[in-house]
Design a protein. Structure first.
Length: 202
């Protein structure tokens, strides 16, 4: 069976970040192209691509031509095409379907929707992390015993610390990791014994 290899053609920064992070989490190989013209050349030269994820907007008017050309040489099963269209421009969806795309995804979108559309599965370590996060959120509050001996499911204690998960992101301007917080807040977290760190790659 052919290993998945996705050709990504996306010019919107936020969507590209979501796409790359989602594919990385699924352990899926991909290549990013800066333009539809580059994507055209890649499809011609590289037979390893199994899917195409393509932005369709006013800045990529030749995207439909690329879809039509792909359908002349590859069927919908041989090389599926997922087109990303801004939710304010969904009138172009009909033209995309006519050009032979398999799926239309409205932007902005979340990683979970992209995984569903592309039938992506999380890697083993990412599944462990997700499951631990879900378990921590779904644990019921501890039972209370009243003076009369009755046992009831109590509410969380007012003194119980609030657990907040902070995942750093890449700032596209500086290409550095950021917590979307001030330097003072980050320094306070680093010096606090109540703040723990989790290595996501373990």
């Amino acid at each position: 069976m052919k290993t998945r290899m996705v050709l990504v053609v996306e010019n919107e920064t936020r969507s590209l970040q979501v796409i790359c992070r989602t594919l990385d989490e699924a352990g899926t190989r991909y290549q990013v192209c800066g333009s539809v013209r580059d994507a055209w050349d890649q499809v011609r030269m590289n037979p390893d691509f199994t899917e195409v994820l393509l932005r369709l907007d006013a800045e990529t008017p030749d995207a439909l031509e690329l879809c039509r050309w792909i359908r002349e040489v590859k069927s919908m099963d041989q090389l599926p095409i997922l087109v990303v269209i801004d939710e304010k421009q969904l009138e172009h969806a009909a033209k995309a379907i006519e050009a032979g795309v398999n799926e239309v995804l409205a932007a902005p979108f979340e990683a979970r929707e992209l995984r569903m559309r592309m039938n992506l599965q999380l890697t083993a370590h990412q599944r462990r992390f997700d499951q631990a996060h879900v378990t921590a959120r779904s644990e019921p509050p501890a039972a209370k015993v009243s003076e009369s001996g009755d046992v009831s499911q109590g509410e969380a204690s007012a003194t119980q610390p609030l657990v907040k998960l902070l995942i750093p992101q890449v700032d596209p301007a500086s290409m550095k990791m950021t917590y979307d917080a001030s330097a003072e807040e980050v320094a306070e977290w680093k010096n606090s014994e109540a703040v723990g760190k989790v290595a996501l790659d373990q």
